[in-house]
Write a protein of this length. Structure first.
Length: 578
């Protein structure tokens, strides 16, 4: 027994807790103190009543009421809970706001000391201005947003209030019709309709402020008429003698031991496609290898032809011979076509005409992102302008928002001033990353809204609302190479994340580059952007980088493209609209 007692006496009784346990206990204590501070306002309990009286006498009623917020934020920081409130800038900003509030209200003894000392050095107006500036600084630090965003939000907020009050007045004269900046002369709107365009947002706003639908703030949107576009005034294409060319193809193939017959001729704006029916047992590789011989026999204007073996969906081989003079495709012609008129999507775009002269319409919502690449002067920027024009003719600012990036400063800057823009056209590469970060934050915000109402995508959310409650957001980047050179890793990560996750939220990417190299169009970007357009390039290697197969090196330029839809492996040749 004596040995046992001596053993127990020598044994040290220590409580060893993990750091995480101590952090959790501290957080619980802070939560409890914050809750007790609010409960003390009920004046129940001797201790809480005296504590409340002491705090109010020292700090004032309003600062004491907001005092628990830094305690809660500190508790979240200690527990390392991932939340917007657990960021250090929120804690620091809230402290600055409370200290400034204590001085501004100066009802407690501490507040009066702060106010009197500052007033002694700066006078009463100076003290008020100093503490108000401190309150604003703390507020901006807490929200982590630039001052211009706060100012723009306040301007939008008060302008909407002013417009609402002006509409309630019975004897208000009708507003003068004025021209919308950036639009054509036939598109006009009243002053209240320009609330969004008159106050441009910054290139990378930190918080998305939803805009009410058109029915709630202004008259219905006036869609611009197609008569603004010019008609096709160019002459017809010069295809030569089609019958002679068909006979030449058959004779040339027969000279190499291949029996084939031209069964169909498709008259396209840039090329003429001769559809061949070959004998059973003929290897298509033999026909593909005779491209140079057929170009020689046909006296191809560009010195080369393109062989499509086979034509998708048909048991025919297509030989595409460039026309001696192409027929330019007008954008108005494609927009007036039946497929475009009957298309339901607000972000359907006019691609152009295929090799048979049929209009090709693509839906960005189904792509859901698209990569455009080609050599200089091949038609990339014209294609992007056609995309933008197609959407502007179909969607209002409440249905579509645009973010445009134009490092070249010449292609997209003409769109500055249209009400669809979330910000002025971004021309500085260092601002692009901020815009992409904002897009990722907006994507996360929309997913949270979808989860709250129990829908899966933007279409379901708008159907549940009964109107276009949330617009599409199209991010258009005219030159990816300049941005990738500025911050390659960050830009690639941002584009990859948006491409992977943003489809359901209605955020889509349209990316263009004239440098189709692997350091610009990386594997991650290609893997997440299935829809691609290849314009004329200088080598087969560049064609493989863009569309993973040769063919783009044989294009004619000036809008001639190969388009790979997301649900198709073989490219479709299209003459782009202009």
């Amino acid at each position: 027994m004596s040995r046992k007692r001596s053993f127990l006496g020598r044994k040290n009784f220590k409580v060893k807790l993990k750091k995480t346990t101590v952090s959790s206990l501290t957080a619980i204590l802070l939560f409890a103190v914050a809750g007790l501070t609010w409960i003390s306002f009920l004046h129940q309990g001797i201790l809480l009543t005296r504590v409340n009286q002491l705090l109010v006498s020292q700090l004032g009623l309003i600062p004491v009421f907001f005092l628990p917020f830094p305690l809660i934020i500190g508790a979240l920081m200690i527990t390392k809970i991932k939340s917007t409130l657990s960021e250090p800038h929120v804690f620091v900003g809230s402290l600055v706001v409370i200290i400034a509030t204590i001085g501004l209200v100066h009802t407690g003894s501490i507040g009066r000391q702060i106010w009197d000392n500052i007033r002694l050095f700066l006078s009463t107006p100076g003290a008020f201005l100093f503490l108000t500036a401190g309150f604003g600084i703390g507020f901006i630090i807490m929200l982590n947003i630039p001052f211009e965003d706060v100012l723009n939000f306040l301007i939008r907020f008060f302008s909407q209030i002013a417009s609402a009050l002006s509409r309630q007045k019975p004897d208000v004269a009708p507003p003068q019709m004025i021209k919308v900046s950036g639009m054509t002369s036939s598109t006009s709107a009243s002053a209240p309709q320009l609330t969004k365009s008159e106050t441009p947002k910054t290139s990378a706003p930190s918080e998305y402020v939803p805009t009410p639908p058109a029915s709630a703030t202004s008259a219905p949107w006036r869609y611009p008429p197609l008569s603004l576009l010019s008609e096709n005034i160019s002459g017809k294409a010069d295809r030569g003698n089609v019958n002679v060319n068909a006979s030449t193809i058959e004779k040339t193939l027969e000279a190499f031991g291949i029996i084939a017959k031209v069964v169909e001729v498709n008259l396209g704006p840039a090329v003429t496609q001769y559809a061949l029916e070959v004998a059973i047992g003929t290897k298509l590789s033999k026909i593909s290898a005779l491209g140079s011989d057929l170009a020689l026999a046909l006296a191809a204007p560009t010195g080369q032809i393109r062989i499509e073996a086979p034509i998708p969906g048909r048991s025919l081989v297509g030989i595409e011979l460039p026309n001696r003079s192409p027929e330019f495709v007008s954008l108005r012609k494609v927009l007036e076509s039946d497929p475009m008129k009957h298309h339901k999507s607000k972000i359907a775009v006019a691609m152009g005409l295929d090799v048979s002269g049929a209009p090709v319409i693509a839906d960005i919502d189904r792509m859901p992102h698209i990569l455009i690449a080609g050599a200089t002067g091949s038609g990339k920027s014209v294609c992007i302008n056609a995309f933008i024009a197609s959407m502007l003719f179909r969607a209002s600012p409440q249905e579509l928002n645009l973010i445009m990036v134009d490092p070249k400063r010449v292609e997209l800057t003409g769109f500055n001033g249209i009400p669809h823009l979330l910000s002025p056209v971004i021309v500085e590469p260092e601002k692009v990353l901020s815009a992409l970060k904002w897009a990722m934050a907006e994507m996360d915000r929309r997913y949270r809204l979808f989860a709250e109402v129990g829908v899966r995508n933007l279409e379901g959310y708008n159907e549940l609302s009964g109107f276009q409650a949330m617009p599409y957001i199209i991010i258009i980047i005219d030159e990816l190479a300049d941005i990738m050179l500025f911050a390659p890793v960050e830009v690639e990560d941002a584009i990859t994340r948006i491409a992977q996750m943003a489809r359901a939220t209605g955020i889509h990417l349209v990316i263009s580059t004239q440098r189709p190299s692997v350091d610009i169009i990386t594997g991650l970007i290609k893997a997440n952007i299935p829809a691609r357009i290849a314009f004329a390039v200088s080598s087969m290697i560049d064609s493989r980088v863009i569309i993973d197969q040769p063919g783009a090196e044989k294009l004619l330029g000036r809008g001639d493209m190969l388009y790979i839809p997301p649900d198709q492996a073989k490219p479709l040749r299209i003459q782009g609209a202009f």
